[in-house]
Structures are given as C-alpha cells and as structure tokens.
Design a protein around this ligand. Structure first.
Ligand SMILES: [Zn+2]
Length: 295
C-alpha cells in the first residue's frame, strides 16, 4: 500500500496501548527487513532515516526503497525523517514523499525552538505529512549530535503543554532520562514525568534512546503514552556484527548474496523482536479499519 501518515497511526497506538517501533534504516536491505518483520507480525512499522543517511544516499534513493518495499505489503509503513535541523532538507523530504518529518531545534531557547518548529508545522501542513518536534535535550550521541549528561535538560510538563498546543504534533520527543547510544548502567527513566507530560499534552510521545532499555521499562513507558520507540544503536551493531560473523564462520564463501542475506536475516529478527515487544503485532488491520471509520 502507499506509505501512511504517521499522525493517525500514533494516535491509534496511544489510544490502544501499544507503540510503533521506529528503526533507522541503513540501506535497501534493512528497509526490506523492517517491512518483512512487520508483515510477519501483522503490525505497522516506521522506517526512519537520519539526516546523515539522507545526505549519503539522496532523497530519491531512500524514498524509492521504502515505497518499493511498502507497495506490495498489506501493513502500514511510515517514512520518517529523524532529528533534522535543516529546514531545506525537511521540505525536500516532505516534497519527495516522506510521510513524516522531525525538526530538532531542542538546543535553542524555548521561544526560538517553538518558532522554528512552527515553520516546520507549516511545511507539514502544506504537504499533508506527520511531524515530530523535540523539547528538552536528550543526552548521548546520535550521528553528529553530542549532548553530555550535565547538559541534558529534562522536559517540563507545563512547557510541553504550551509547545504541543501550538504545534499539533504527530509525535512529541522529550527528555525523560533515556539517552542515545549504549547505556553504561541502568538508566533512570522518569516515568512520572512521562505520565505528567502525556496528561498535559495528550500527544503521542516518541521515546528516543530505546536501545538497551529493559522490557519492563518499555512496558511502563508505553502504558504512560510512549507511542513511538526509536531503535538505532542496536541495529547499527547487528548490521555490522552479523556481516563479520558470517565471514568468520564461512571464511571461504565469497558469494555476496549469501553474506548480505545473513546480515538482513539478523536485522529482520531484531526488528521483529521489537515490534512484538512493543505490542505492535496484529495492529495493522485494526489501524487500517480505524482509518475507514474516520473517513
Ligand atoms: Zn533520537
């Protein structure tokens, strides 16, 4: 089917107590693996892409992969732009066929962040796509962003309400104690804050830094309104390690298709485990039916 808008999907997830897994794609094989994993479970999936990856491949290639993989699939697939600070790239993606875009102006003071995010809201409205924006600063390292623990600012629920009321977001990214990258110890996730923010905003929350959180943490966050959970670091590691592992175990096999197949199967299993863990299995059909009712 054609790519779906992230907004009604995350609303459905929040209202029905599950979260949609969002994975940062690397290449066509990873996209195919995400869609196949979603299909095997009858669940929706978000293929998201970092600004760095868009620059590496070009818009045209990325959108053609995700459209191709989704075209013959019965499950809803979103193409989302992750953490972008560049309005030109955001508009180019919305124009090229992305069904959701993210502005991350979280390093700016509140008013400037809101101003910049409003400009992106206008772009999202113009192209009829979903939108994510961030308030507070999520710690850790993601692509070219580095936020030290002492610089990270947890999101204030009252500010979150002002921010979300002005933007009509599909997903709200906020700092609640999770971090990008690998955790050194068990992170202190502020569940009361997640609950207070969701109560104040009634906006599906995007939980960043999903790699390494426990099943219990995921379940508690989802029960409090986290409707999109991002997995990036975990995929990066499986992507590289599965390739290396195959070669170590089969040092004389130089058939590239077998090597990349081993890699993609490992990625597919990873995707399926998270889709299932977040409760997304079996949600494709109920979501699609809810769209018919709304229309
Ligand atoms: Zn993130």
């Amino acid at each position: 089917m054609p790519l779906v808008n992230m907004k009604p999907l995350l609303r459905h997830a929040m209202d029905n107590g599950y979260a949609v897994a969002a994975f940062n794609l690397v290449d066509y094989g990873t996209v195919k693996g995400m869609v196949q994993a979603a299909e095997s479970l009858g669940g929706p999936v978000i293929c998201q892409v970092s600004a760095k990856t868009v620059k590496y491949w070009s818009h045209k290639e990325v959108v053609s992969w995700v459209r191709t993989a989704a075209e013959d699939s019965p499950v809803p697939v979103v193409l989302h732009l992750d953490h972008c600070k560049d309005l030109e790239m955001i508009e180019a993606c919305a124009k090229a066929g992305w069904t959701s875009i993210m502005i991350d102006a979280s390093e700016l003071p509140f008013e400037e962040n809101l101003e910049m995010s409003k400009r992106v809201r206008d772009i999202a409205e113009k192209y009829g796509v979903g939108m994510e924006a961030e308030l507070g600063q999520i710690m850790g390292v993601e692509d070219d962003m580095h936020v030290a623990e002492e610089e990270s600012v947890l999101t204030d629920p009252a500010d979150a309400k002002t921010f979300c009321d002005a933007l009509d977001l599909s997903a709200f990214a906020c700092a609640v104690g999770t971090a990008h990258g690998f955790y050194k110890g068990e992170p202190v996730v502020d569940f009361d804050r997640i609950e207070a923010i969701n109560k104040a905003t009634r906006t599906p929350m995007a939980l960043h830094g999903g790699t390494g959180l426990s099943d219990e943490t995921f379940a508690k966050a989802i029960a409090r309104g986290s409707a999109k959970i991002n997995i990036s670091t975990n995929l990066k590691h499986v992507f590289v390690e599965s390739f290396v592992k195959y070669h170590r175990e089969n040092p004389d096999d130089f058939e590239p298709l077998r090597v990349i197949d081993a890699q993609y199967q490992a990625c597919r299993l990873l995707f399926a485990s998270f889709i299932s863990k977040f409760g997304g299995g079996g949600q494709a059909q109920p979501f699609l039916e809810s769209l018919k009712v709304a229309a």
